[in-house]
Design a protein around this ligand. Structure first.
Ligand SMILES: CC/C=C\CC/C=C/CC(=O)SCCNC(=O)CCNC(=O)[C@H](O)C(C)(C)COP(=O)(O)OP(=O)(O)OC[C@H]1O[C@@H](n2cnc3c(N)ncnc32)[C@H](O)[C@@H]1OP(=O)(O)O
Length: 346
């Protein structure tokens, strides 16, 4: 952990090669989160020492042919880590500088803000694709971050999002498209400045008249073009809003049309330094907000989800232990480990 001059703690996960979360790393994270809280840091940014992996999620070796006592401690320590991170009163952000599958995504979604490096990285909860049922609180972390319907589809399909897919919904593409309208294109006399409404009404009237001289037509077309150029952002935004409403009314999936993004991450960055800077900027947004009010509001907002695990901790642990000890699950883990080994040797 390194605390900068602004009092923001940057915590770097450092367990080569892929920051897989074993018991030792989880215990170290818990101790660090306690320290951040004790030191009254202004906020915490989580990142990774690896140039390509934020975290590969739970260390599968902890679950494959496990020692029963250690397995239970492992799970309880993971629960603790999540309770501390998701429930932290201080601001939290993740500078996701690489792949973030499964538990890696859990850590990221437990934070309040996510900046991910652009590139061929992926993020998501892929458990079902591995034949594993993600526990309620892991599902809740995703549901807390992206819309419920998208979270359900992502969870049931074990979806790994590309960085672009994971970004939040933006409407500026429309404005970019509208910019292509460009400046007036027709040579000839121009019209004195008028309000866009005046211009549009006049143009409409003239266009409906059967005897329009060529010069007048050019003036009118230039005026219409000028209107489209000056008001393009409003026109395009209104069109997008209208289009989205229509698509929703007709139950058409807008994401497939490339406009709506999922919001699993908030921003992208070109490199780790930029990602950390953007996370710091997010944390500094709270500079003028009394920290007690901020922290309590966050905890109230997250209370229901936290309480669910606190109330069902033992049952959740038993469910995990039963699941891991099933011969079928052990077989799947063995196959998965072999597949990872084979891939890494290529
Ligand atoms: C039964 C359980 C019930 C309930 C639990 C529910 C919760 C589960 C959440 C989880 O987190 S499960 C873990 C899921 N994790 C993954 O599926 C990620 C697997 N890893 C990868 O996809 C890739 O490693 C990567 C994209 C993260 C990085 O790729 P790359 O940089 O190419 O590295 P390698 O694949 O070559 O891996 C290097 C090395 O690390 C080993 N390894 C990778 N991931 C894990 C892991 N999660 N646990 C243990 N070991 C892992 C991999 O086998 C390689 O080992 P070598 O000895 O061959 O070097």
């Amino acid at each position: 952990m390194a605390v900068d001059n602004d009092g923001i703690a940057v915590v770097t996960l450092q367990r080569p090669p892929v920051n897989s979360l074993n018991l030792d790393l989880l215990q170290a994270m818990n101790n660090t989160f306690d320290d951040v809280a004790k030191n009254k840091s202004k906020g915490m940014i989580l990142t990774s020492a690896s140039p390509t992996v934020f975290s590969a999620g739970l260390d599968i070796m902890e679950m494959y042919k496990p020692d029963p006592k250690r397995l239970e401690t492992f799970w309880v320590t993971l629960q603790d880590m999540w309770l501390k991170l998701f429930g932290a009163s201080f601001p939290t952000a993740a500078a996701i500088n690489g792949h973030a599958p499964a538990g890696g995504c859990l850590i990221a979604t437990s934070c309040e803000y996510r900046v991910m490096l652009s590139g061929k990285f992926t993020i998501g909860l892929n458990e079902t694709a591995l034949g594993i049922v993600p526990p309620t609180w892991i599902q809740d972390s995703l549901r807390h971050t992206i819309p419920t319907r998208q979270a359900e589809i992502a969870l049931t399909t074990g979806k790994m999002f590309t960085v672009d897919e994971a970004l939040k919904w933006r409407t500026n593409r429309g404005a970019e498209g509208a910019a292509r309208l460009g400046p007036p294109v027709l040579e000839g006399p121009q019209m004195p400045p008028r309000s866009p409404d005046q211009i549009l009404n006049k143009t409409l009237k003239m266009c409906l008249s059967p005897k329009m001289a060529l010069d007048t037509g050019i003036i009118k077309l230039n005026a219409l073009n000028e209107y489209l150029v000056t008001e393009r952002t409003t026109i395009v935004d209104n069109a997008i809003t209208f289009g989205i409403k229509k698509c929703n009314d007709m139950d058409i999936n807008i994401q497939k049309r490339g406009r709506r993004k999922v919001g699993l991450i908030d921003e992208t960055a070109a490199d780790k330094a930029e990602a950390i800077e953007k996370c710091k900027k997010f944390i500094k947004r709270f500079d003028k907000i009394p920290s007690l009010a901020r922290g309590m509001t966050k905890q109230i907002f997250r209370q229901e989800v936290l309480q669910k695990l606190l109330t069902n901790r033992q049952a959740d642990t038993k469910q995990f232990l039963d699941l891991v000890n099933q011969p079928k699950i052990q077989q799947s883990l063995e196959l998965y480990l072999a597949m990872l080994k084979q891939k890494s040797q290529k």
